[in-house]
Structures are given as C-alpha cells and as structure tokens.
Design a protein. Structure first.
Length: 560
C-alpha cells in the first residue's frame, strides 16, 4: 500500500536533473550568459515555470541557442509537461539535427516517457556526434541501470567521471563506489560549502551523513544471515478490509520476529525495506540511528521518521542479525510492512493462492563459488552487492580487465544481469531502486510500465494512461490512502484488458489516479499499478539481482 518509499541518496541523485551548461558550445555574450545562468538557477531551485519563461525569453532573441533549448525541455519535464517537452525538443532538432546536446535531451524525454528503446537510440546518436557529451553518458548510465546491466552503467559513469569529475550528478553517483569512510569525508567536504539551488538534495545528503557518522566506525549493519538454513517457506496471512462497503482480501502479511517480538508485517512488492510503526519500535527496543523522511501514495507529502537498528529478525527458519529498519507513524496499517526487496539475495516466490512465501538461493553465476545470502532490511539500493564478496579476477569475456579499472571502484565493481537457463522465459522488468516496473499493454495500447505492487489493493491506471486508452470519470465510492496521506482525487476508467508477462486479465471499471509524483520519483513514466486484486490469482517469482519476474497462473488453484 505504501509504494514508493523515498529512495536513499544514491537513487535520489541518480535521477536529479543535470546542470545545464552544455560543453562544446561557442561563448555567448556576457549578458546572455548571465541570463542563462539565472534561468539555470531557477531550474535547480525547482522553479520550473519561472525557468521555462526565462528560457523562452532567451530563445526569442536567439531561437537556436542550444543551452536554452535544452533548459526549456528540462523545465517542461520538471512540470510533468511531457508532450510539450517532446514537441519542443523535436522542433529544435528539426532545425539543428546534428546537435548532440539536443539528441541527449530527447533521450531524457523518451526515458521519462518510459520509451526505453527510443531513448537508447537517441543517446547513442548523441554519443556518435560527441563522444565527450556528459549528458549522453549519464542518460545511458540510468538506462542501463534500469535494464539491470550494472556493469554497462558503471562504464558510462566512469567515462563521465573522467570527463567531468566536478559535475554534481557525476560526483554523487561516483560517491557511492567509494569505501564508507571515503564517502563520509566526501559528503562532509561537500556540505561544508553552500550550494545554491541544491537545497533539497543537500538536506537529504545531510541525513545520510548523520547515518554514516553513527555507523562508520562500528558495524556496517549488514543484516547477515546467521542461521544455517539457506532456504525457507512461511505462511502468509490474508488482510481483510472493507472496500466500497464489503469486506474483501486486500493484501497479505508475513509473520516475523523483531527482537523476539511477534510482528505481522504486510508483504509489499512496491515498498522498500522494513518499516515499523513508532509504537512497535518502542515496544521492541529498537536503537535509534538517524532521522529521515519517507513518502508514498497520498497527497500530504513526506512524513517524518527515523532509522533504527534491530538486533535480530526472524523470517521463517532464517535468522538475521544487526538490521537497519525504518520507523514512522502509520495509522491503519498495524505493525508495519516489509518490502520484498529485503529478500533481494534470494529468489522470492510469493504463492498468493497457496498463501506461502518461499525463499530459495539465486542461481549461482558461473564465475562465483557461492551465492550471497543477506537480508536488505534497510531497502537501500545496492548495485550488485554480491560483487563485494566475490573475486574480481574472474571476468566474463565482454568485461574489462582489472588493469583498466579504478582501484577504489574495483572493490564494488557491479555486474550485468545473469539469466540462468531455468529463467530464460521469465519477464525482464525495469528496476528503479526498489521498484520493479513491468512492461504492460492496456488493450491495444503501446507497451507501458506498471509498478508491481502487492501492497496496493487493486490494479490502477495513471490518469495520463487512463486518458490515452479510455475516458475517465470521477469516483467517490472509494477512499485511498498511503504513507503520504489520503488521495484527494480518484477516477475510474471503463473496462480494460491488461497484458503482462505471458498473461492477460480483464478489469472492469479500473481505478485511475494521478501518478505524476510517483513517476517523478522513479524518473520514468509509471503508467499504472499491478495490484493485489490482479496478483492474488498468481504465483509471483522475483529475481531482484537480475531484474526478472515470473507470473504463474493455475486455474485449478483459484478460490473464486
């Protein structure tokens, strides 16, 4: 239900807008440079409408001023004006088709629209025209990361860092590859000086710095498996709630133990980490680490909370020690929830008809001696964390040799997805932090990206997608809330058939919500949610490491 928890520093920076000074352009007149810098400052301060007007004013005097054209496109994206952004960049490219900066900006619009293949084509074209274009490298880094091709993403970041080590986005993404103490020193150095226009990100960085200071000389709170059992299964408990006047199953909970206290946590594929209610944190004796802000479905914005340490957590027969959890006030959700990404070092098998959660080892990569087993209780995005425990001396044929790798970065060098023989028919999904976005077709629409979310009671369309595939109508019979409060405006669309994986399902009167906030947080278009009402008929298998999902439907197992 609380899908789209605020990501950590790494994920937040990954999608932060790039600075708007385009390398390789001719020097402009001083007054024009000053106007352009002022427009860029408005953009970085999230004053997108004012930035749009400033860029438009610059373009009236010089319609082919590429930095202003690029700035206008990104200011429109900041306002969620995706179609207008595409029109603007297409018009600019019609006049200057060989502009690498404009091609990279077009890739950004296509990436934000969820048109990944088209975005890759635009970035590649920009790279061909200007191999030193940082924006194309950063665009491909984000794109390959969403493909779970983490080594390719790293290569793009490494190239960008060599060309523009002082670029804000490059700096923050490079930072995550450093050892913890070096990350702390780099953050402290950055925060020692003011950065006008980056106040929002600076605030979040300060929160991360607080956590690092609290833990850097102690345990890394890795939430390591201490029991000898490598796989387990445990029963799921149905959650019954009243929807439109009738009681029905809206989700499932997992029985766990936190510091020897029995806890029921809602199992949520759309959430990140373990999140517990403040009253439960006190009862279980969790140790405070640092403050943080969380957000999710709802119109009330971020909610305050804090990170804490659980000495041990039991899930089925598995016991984990020294785990970071999130604490927040959550009216109406009982003890809390657990995002399935915490089990990202396992194959996660959610058998909803059978009410079972099964965890088993991920397929071992051919070059690895053993598979990593840990619980990602914090939900922090890790780029192939298992690489930290494996040798870098064994490389696949397409990978660089260690001599070409930065020694510090080599300690956590990421790897591309591995598709084991038994998973060749699984569906490739797009990863954005903890989010798994599934390619989905609505009727005869073009492919869209839907969030996989057992925590949301039903499947929905975004307002943007709903208007594309059908008419939408106001809906006042259903109340929806999440971690960010109540949803004020709810709509419904006419019947729609959803095609995903190897399956299809007909939905009558599918709910429609404005998901622009969720799309902005993810950095790409979230066109809908595959919710519990749809998934409850399926056995859903997840491979977070490789960005793979499998849906199994057996009509003989259906209860209704």
């Amino acid at each position: 239900m609380f899908s789209l928890l605020r990501s950590t520093l790494v994920a937040a920076i990954l999608f932060f807008p790039l600075q708007l000074t385009v390398p390789g352009q001719d020097t402009h007149a001083p007054e024009r440079d000053a106007d352009l810098a002022a427009a860029d400052q408005l953009f970085r301060a999230d004053k997108f409408a004012e930035a749009e007007a400033s860029y438009q004013a610059l373009l009236k005097n010089d319609p082919k001023l590429v930095p202003a054209q690029v700035g206008l496109v990104r200011a429109l994206l900041g306002q969620q004006k995706i179609d207008e952004a595409l029109d603007a960049v297409s018009a600019a490219l019609a006049a200057q088709p060989n502009s690498a900066a404009l091609l990279a900006a077009k890739g950004d619009v296509q990436f934000r629209s969820g048109e990944m293949s088209d975005a890759e084509t635009s970035y590649d074209a920009a790279m061909e025209l200007d191999p030193l274009g940082v924006r194309a490298h950063i665009g491909l880094m984000r794109l390959y990361g969403s493909y779970s091709m983490y080594r390719l993403a790293y290569d793009q970041l490494k190239s960008a860092h060599e060309m523009a080590p002082d670029d804000f986005v490059v700096q923050m993404n490079w930072l995550r590859l450093l050892p913890r103490k070096d990350q702390l020193a780099a953050l402290e150095s950055y925060l020692d000086t003011p950065h006008p226009g980056y106040e929002k990100e600076t605030k979040r960085m300060a929160q991360d710095l607080e956590l690092m200071k609290a833990t850097v000389d102690n345990s890394v709170h890795a939430c390591r498996l201490v029991s000898k059992v490598e796989q387990t299964e445990t029963k799921l408990v149905g959650i019954i709630r009243a929807i439109t006047g009738s009681a029905r199953e809206t989700g499932v909970s997992l029985s766990t133990k936190v510091n020897d206290h029995n806890v029921l946590l809602q199992l949520d594929t759309g959430a990140s980490g373990i999140i517990v209610a403040r009253k439960l944190a006190k009862a279980t004796g969790l140790t405070l680490l640092s403050a943080e802000h969380l957000s999710g479905i709802g119109d009330d914005g971020e909610q305050s909370g804090y990170k804490a340490i659980a000495d041990h957590i039991h899930v089925g027969d598995l016991e984990f020690r020294d785990c970071v959890v999130h604490v927040v006030d959550m009216p109406g959700l009982g003890d809390g929830l657990i995002g399935t990404n915490v089990f990202g070092s396992y194959v996660v098998d959610i058998d909803l008809p059978g009410k079972l959660l099964k965890l088993s080892p991920l397929p071992k990569r051919p070059e690895d001696a053993v598979a990593l087993t840990s619980l990602n209780s914090e939900g922090e995005e890790q780029v192939n964390a298992e690489q930290k425990e494996s040798s870098l001396t064994e490389q696949t044929p397409n990978e660089q040799k260690p001599s070409a790798i930065d020694p510090e970065a080599a300690r956590s060098l990421p790897r591309n997805r591995y598709i084991a023989p038994e998973m060749v028919n699984w569906t490739k999904v797009f990863r954005f932090g903890h989010l798994m976005l599934v390619p989905t077709v609505v009727g005869d629409s073009k492919p869209m990206l839907f969030l996989l979310d057992t925590g949301f009671f039903t499947s929905i369309l975004s307002l943007r997608a709903g208007r594309e595939v059908s008419k939408v109508y106001s809906e006042d019979r259903v109340g929806i809330g999440g971690l960010s409060g109540r949803v004020k405006r709810i709509y419904t669309s006419r019947e729609a058939t959803l095609h995903f994986g190897h399956l299809q399902q007909k939905a009558n009167g599918i709910l429609t919500l404005d998901l622009s906030t969720q799309s902005r947080q993810a950095g790409t278009e979230v066109s809908g949610i595959l919710g519990f009402e749809t998934l409850n008929h399926l056995e859903v298998k997840l491979d977070y490491r490789d960005g793979l999902v499998d849906f199994e439907y057996d009509p003989q197992r259906q209860k209704r």
